[in-house]
Write a protein that binds this ligand. Structure first.
Ligand SMILES: NC(=O)c1ccc[n+]([C@@H]2O[C@H](COP(=O)([O-])OP(=O)(O)OC[C@H]3O[C@@H](n4cnc5c(N)ncnc54)[C@H](O)[C@@H]3O)[C@@H](O)[C@H]2O)c1
Length: 302
């Protein structure tokens, strides 16, 4: 797939497209002929307030460059309304990039129910609502491209981000299931874990790093994953600073015990080194792969 990637007659919905990564995605898609729904609630980084300016400015930028875009100011929690904006204006939905995000960081000991719920509502419920509204449209078209935005915190965990890591990890499982369920209908779904200078990271990263960590270094992967020619699905990538890498699970060969005999904690402890030994590690890529060893140990053909 090395020809020019174009989105003529394609309708692209990007959430949180009024700033940072979403804005960069919106501008790139529009420059490639897409009709873009620029969704942004226009609030603060902790989920406070709202406004139309953020989305309007990006729509104005796209229009000034000769592109086509429409603004939507709903919270992603109202995903149906965002997809309705796409259908009312452009009749289709070909691409959904779930990107909107906020932070409510605090140590788990100090985290409030509100911190937990708000992060859940924006990142998890929001991605669900939009995808749920777009899904029947994509199924009917026999075509769709979905990119969900996770975070290194979701993959690895991060101090002070129990709420955020919970939902960001959830998005990976969500996306992988969408990839399986969408395959027969021409729908691909992938997850990216970006790193970029934005208002979400401006208080965390040093200024000289922020300056060079441009969102424009993340967007090309998103565009590539949403191309008509894209066949990648159910994959997870880390991306930023001019680096793009794919991740996979790695599993030790593990220790096998007789399933018909009593298994004790002491026996598990005695095999601890073997359980954690990554020599000749496996790379299961599906539940089927994951369960093969289970069935084999039971002596049942899988
Ligand atoms: N910047 C990074 O290094 C980084 C790292 C990991 C993950 N991410 C993820 O990337 C995504 C984009 O983040 P960013 O860094 O560009 O931040 P950003 O704050 O610059 O942009 C996020 C946008 O989402 C909008 N938004 C927030 N809540 C919304 C809601 N309920 N409905 C609609 N829009 C809403 C905001 O108004 C904002 O314009 C987020 O999901 C974030 O968690 C970013």
């Amino acid at each position: 797939m090395s020809e020019k990637i174009r989105f003529d007659d394609r309708v692209v919905v990007i959430t949180g497209a009024g700033a940072g990564l979403g804005r960069s995605h919106a501008l790139d898609f529009a420059s490639r002929g897409a009709k873009v729904v620029v969704n942004d609630l226009g609030g603060g980084i902790h989920g406070e307030g709202q406004g139309s300016e953020a989305a309007d400015l990006v729509v104005a930028e796209i229009t000034a460059a000769g592109g086509e875009a429409v603004a939507n100011y709903d919270s992603v929690e109202n995903g149906e309304a965002i997809i309705r904006t796409a259908l009312d204006n452009f009749d289709r939905v070909d691409v959904v990039v779930n990107n909107a995000g906020i932070l409510r960081d605090s140590s788990f000991a100090k985290m409030t129910d509100e911190d937990w719920d708000l992060i859940y509502r924006v990142h998890a419920l929001g991605a669900y609502k939009i995808t749920k509204a777009a899904w029947p449209v994509m199924q009917q078209q026999g075509y769709g491209r979905i990119v969900n935005t996770t975070s290194a915190a979701g993959i690895y965990g991060n101090f002070g981000q129990a709420n955020y890591s919970f939902v960001k990890r959830g998005l990976i499982g969500f996306t992988n299931t969408l990839a399986l369920e969408g395959a027969k209908k021409g729908i691909t779904a992938n997850t990216i874990a970006p790193v970029a200078g934005s208002r979400l990271t401006e208080t965390i990263l040093p200024e000289e790093v922020l300056k060079v960590l441009k969102p424009e270094l993340v967007t090309p992967l998103v565009v590539r994953l949403c191309a008509q020619q894209n066949e990648e699905s159910g994959a997870l990538f880390e991306v930023g600073a001019g680096w793009v890498a794919k991740l996979r699970w790695e599993r030790t060969r593990g220790a096998l015990f007789d399933p018909n005999a009593e298994l004790t904690a002491e026996a598990v402890d005695a095999a601890w080194d073997q359980i954690g030994d990554f020599t000749d590690a496996e790379h299961p890529a599906s539940v089927g792969d994951a369960f093969k060893v289970v069935y084999a140990n039971l002596g049942i053909k899988f």
